[in-house]
Design a protein around this ligand. Structure first.
Ligand code: NAD
Length: 296
């Protein structure tokens, strides 16, 4: 099976890369953190000294799973970056959640070298990354998507091409808007229950199968009742996504008042030292706002 380059072996990238090894691919990996590289090397991957070397040593595909736009830009277009080592016919699959405009800009740079780029951000978190059951939303040329699909299916249970370059990142921003507002709504509702002297856990049981039920409510309400805010998806990462959401919305004059509100709540959480907690910590924001405790 072909040799795949993999850059970015963090919370998500590490298990995703492991799934590719498990599926029988040879992997060549790079991360700025040595311990992350070491784990994959003990699983049989080889290491490269830079993104340029990753491009030189990979066959058809290079996967990136990095924090945000500046990191992907650096890896692609920086010194010793992918652009210095890629060959015509290769495809970069960027699975990081980044600004759609940056994704399109890098897509254009790579296209000049005859290299396709798919933006393929994911939803699902560490557990689904480990199980290989992520939801993957893809933007890019249809022919490149068709070629990359078997690789993506080793990391995700749902792999859907939404449109041309940037469409995958736009889809991820839509996802992150809906999730942020949903968690804030859950916390706001539970705060009202508590303040009114009605047990939020009974309220949760009474409403979860109705129209207010959602995967967000199922995952986050019990966390609020148990005061369990280990990540999960960190507040700091959601602030990064909300920043990309609001910037993209502003560029298009698409008003997003709810996203803006939740952004301010998350800034408050970060300011109180909760940046590394799960975004379910919006429960803590409402606890402080209304002088209540949701923890039972
Ligand atoms: P992470 O911070 O755990 O991992 C990022 C990795 O990239 C780190 O190992 C870091 O050392 C490496 N890195 C940073 N700059 C680099 C560079 N210039 N060259 C090489 N390596 C570099 O982040 P994560 O939680 O794995 O998230 C990755 C992406 O996936 C983010 O865009 C995030 O928004 C998205 N995402 C995360 C989750 C989640 O639950 N954690 C869920 C869905 C999507």
């Amino acid at each position: 099976m072909s040799k795949i380059g993999f850059i970015g072996l963090g919370i998500m990238g590490k298990p995703m890369a492991k799934n590719l090894v498990r599926a029988g691919h040879q992997l060549v990996v790079f991360d700025v953190v040595e311990t992350a590289v070491q784990t994959l090397v003990s699983d049989g991957a080889s290491r490269a000294a830079s993104p340029r070397e990753i491009a030189e040593q990979s066959d058809d595909f290079i996967v990136t799973m990095l924090p945000n736009s500046p990191h992907v830009r650096e890896v692609v277009a920086g010194k010793n970056g992918l652009l210095e080592g890629v060959r015509r016919g290769q495809t970069l699959i960027d699975m990081s959640s980044i600004a759609p405009l940056v994704s399109r800009e890098l897509n254009a740079l790579l296209a000049e070298k005859g290299v396709d780029m798919l933006d393929a951000p994911v939803s699902g978190g560490q557990e689904k990354a480990e199980k290989g059951t992520l939801a993957i939303m893809v933007g890019g040329r249809e022919a490149a998507f068709d070629k990359a699909r078997p690789v993506l299916e080793k990391m995700g249970a749902s792999v859907i091409r939404v449109g041309e370059s940037g469409a995958g990142q736009i889809t991820k921003l839509v996802n992150q808007t809906i999730v942020a507002v949903n968690i804030a709504a859950a916390a706001e509702g539970m705060s009202l229950a508590e303040k009114a002297g009605v047990d939020p856990r009974r309220v949760f049981d009474a409403i979860r199968k109705g129209l207010a039920g959602s995967q967000c409510l199922e995952d986050k309400a019990p966390r609020m009742f148990e005061g369990r805010y280990e990540p999960g998806f960190r507040v700091g990462l959601h602030i990064k996504d909300l920043n990309n959401i609001l910037e993209t919305g502003h560029a298009l004059h698409n008003a997003m008042p709810l996203s803006a509100q939740v952004m301010e709540m998350m800034q408050n959480l970060a300011n109180n030292g909760y940046e590394a907690l799960d975004h379910g910590a919006l429960g803590l924001y409402y606890e402080k706002l209304n002088g209540i405790s949701l923890k039972k």
